[in-house]
Design a protein around this ligand. Structure first.
Ligand code: AKB
Length: 316
């Protein structure tokens, strides 16, 4: 029998594309999308959809029993910039939702969990270039503290209770299908929209702020691959470093100019600069490459081409 999967936070930036990909792969009826709010028409009409608060244990349990769910992807979270404004709300959402799924797995009600971590687990004292899998981790943001705590809990539940939880430390994610919300890396999506709409962009990070980034297609492939990997191959049960490309606002603007020569960028750093300055510039993901064969497909040039072509086609 085909197993059923639940996605919590299915209407967000990653959740939307993950839902579409899993439905294409396993059949729409086997992938239950859920979110605290309604999402796009196609996400809600092309397969089962439930309005569900990821912090409500009983409500999740009801859905799991009803659909005979075996795997859960917990994609609901408050990201770095918003979390600085609402620290307690961020902590409650990011931690309680995780405890809910970890405890459901501990009680044997689900078999496997995916939970996203982030480069935000690192902090100002972490080596910035080629940041190792295991290194100093002293996150200085609310979001980073919640993700680092979450990683510790994932590893604890795996070691202590045998919970099969798998996780990736996502870099900034770039997609033309869905918009990000409340993150520090969001500029790398906004810039493409503004390049096409206005021919110019004011960036909230300085021109030389280098951050790790990834095209969404690669991120979705990584997520599904780690979930399909043999459990015994996974040596990391906190969260895997996941690398692809690293660039600065100046470099992305340069790439955009290859397609739109008149594109202009200006810089006005805000509070997100401090968050970005505390994060790595590039990532060593050799553990992911060795354990489950991770390899990204998209560099900055390929990402820029895909973003501009797809956004142009969407608006015409
Ligand atoms: C954010 O900017 O908060 C996220 C992340 C790097 O986890 N995109």
């Amino acid at each position: 029998m085909q197993k059923s999967t639940l996605i919590l936070g299915a209407c967000g930036q990653i959740g939307t594309e993950l839902t579409m990909e899993l439905r294409a792969k396993h059949g729409a009826n086997n992938i239950v999308a859920s979110d605290i709010r309604e999402g796009s028409e196609s996400l809600m009409s092309k397969g089962p959809f439930e309005l569900l608060d990821a912090t409500n244990y009983e409500a999740i349990e009801d859905v799991i029993m009803h659909y005979e769910i075996e795997e859960v992807y917990l994609m609901a979270a408050m990201l770095s910039a918003t979390a600085e404004k609402f620290p307690m709300r961020a902590w409650n959402l990011n931690m309680n939702s995780l405890f809910n799924v970890l405890n459901l797995a501990k009680e044997g009600k689900i078999n496997k969990i995916f939970w996203p971590s982030s480069i935000a687990v690192f902090g100002p004292n972490t080596p910035k270039q080629n940041t190792p899998q295991n290194t100093i981790m002293e996150p200085s943001t609310v979001y980073g503290i919640s993700k680092q705590s979450g990683e510790r809990w994932c590893e604890y539940y795996h070691k202590k209770f045998g919970v099969d939880v798998r996780s990736l430390r996502y870099p900034g994610l770039i997609s033309w299908k869905t918009m990000p919300g409340g993150g520090t890396t969001d500029y790398a999506v906004d810039i493409y929209h503004e390049a096409l709409n206005a021919g110019k962009y004011q960036c909230f990070l300085s021109e030389d702020t280098q951050l790790p980034m990834m095209y969404m297609e690669d991120a979705i492939r990584a997520t599904i691959t780690i979930m399909e990997s043999d459990s015994n191959a996974l040596t990391v049960r906190s969260s895997y470093n996941l690398g692809s490309m690293s660039f600065t606002p100046k470099q992305i603007a340069g790439q955009i100019r290859e397609h739109i020569p008149e594109f202009e960028i200006s810089y006005a750093s805000d509070f997100r600069q401090q968050i970005a300055d505390s994060w790595p510039s590039s990532i060593d993901d050799s553990a992911a490459r060795n354990d489950w064969g991770w390899k990204p497909d998209f560099d900055l040039a390929a990402t820029t081409k895909a973003m501009l072509e797809n956004l142009s086609a969407k608006s015409s």
